[in-house]
Design a protein around this ligand. Structure first.
Ligand SMILES: [Ca+2]
Ligand SMILES: [Ca+2]
Length: 268
């Protein structure tokens, strides 16, 4: 553009501004360049703003997304293993950048990892968590931060809310009172040797390993007693009948007479 043309263009623009028109139609080339740069910068700012702004709650991958949380019950104060399974409900893969979890009995927000979900695929992340020591129903809020293939921005889905029931555990052995076979004695193994519903730790009839030998010992004692009673009974009957008859009394009798003997040498 020649200097004359540029000057004419600028004059036209200033003239139209004076005439009250809303936009500068006749923008000269120098102003056009700076305006284009300004527009690019503005666009970049908008993109940057959208990229860091709080993501919208709803996304095209959000509504088909399903989250499974479990278990939903646990003993107060115990350490439980909690799993969250996400299932992608769209035909595009979903890059889950974070799984943000918040338990209502505390203010912390936990990031339970990332995962890459193929189309309609699922994955599970598992973490351990110490439950509150106060029984009750508590809300757990789960927010999934992700980006589907083809999307420009990462967005948040949620929060989804589930209820976690914390149950009383008087002996703090990790087994809730309602399921504990010794509710007031810590017995995490819940061992019940004789199967009567009472754990060995609080069952007087089967106190641990000693209880395992109790029945055989009782049987042996019963057998010994029966044998002893039978022996006593036999002995009593024998004494009642008296001693067996002895041999007849001894009587002396003279020996029978002997015939006279003949002297040697013949008759006299
Ligand atoms: Ca117990
Ligand atoms: Ca028992």
């Amino acid at each position: 553009m020649s200097p004359n043309t540029r000057a004419r263009c600028c004059r036209q623009g200033r003239k139209r501004d004076k005439e009250g028109q809303s936009s500068r139609i006749g923008i000269c080339m120098g102003e056009s360049r700076s305006g284009a740069v300004a527009l690019v910068v503005l666009a970049l700012l908008i993109v940057g703003f959208l990229g860091t702004a709080p993501a919208a709650e709803a996304s095209h991958w959000c509504n088909p997304l399903t989250a499974t949380f479990g278990p939903t019950t646990g003993a107060a104060g115990s350490v439980v293993s909690i799993s969250i399974t996400l299932t992608n409900g769209i035909a595009d893969s979903l890059d889950v950048r974070a799984i943000l979890v918040e338990f209502s009995w505390e203010s912390s927000t936990w990031d339970w990892g990332s995962m890459n979900l193929p189309a309609y695929g699922s994955d599970t992340n598992t973490f351990t968590k110490t439950l509150t020591s106060t029984p009750g129903d508590y809300a757990v809020q789960i927010t999934v931060r992700g980006q589907a293939v083809g999307d420009l921005f990462t967005q948040d889905c949620g929060p989804m809310t589930v209820t976690l029931r914390v149950l009383a555990d008087s002996d703090a052995d990790g087994v809730p009172n309602a399921d504990d076979n010794c509710p007031s004695v810590a017995n995490a193994d819940q061992r019940d040797t004789d199967g009567d519903g009472q754990g060995d730790s609080c069952d007087q009839s089967s106190a641990g390993p000693a209880g395992d030998l109790l029945l055989p010992v009782i049987l042996i004692l019963v057998i010994v007693i029966v044998v002893a009673v039978a022996a006593v009974a036999v002995s009593g009957r024998s004494r009642a009948r008296g001693p067996p008859p002895g041999p007849p009394p001894y009587q002396w009798s003279p020996p029978p007479p002997q015939p006279p003997t003949q002297p040697p040498g013949g008759t006299p």
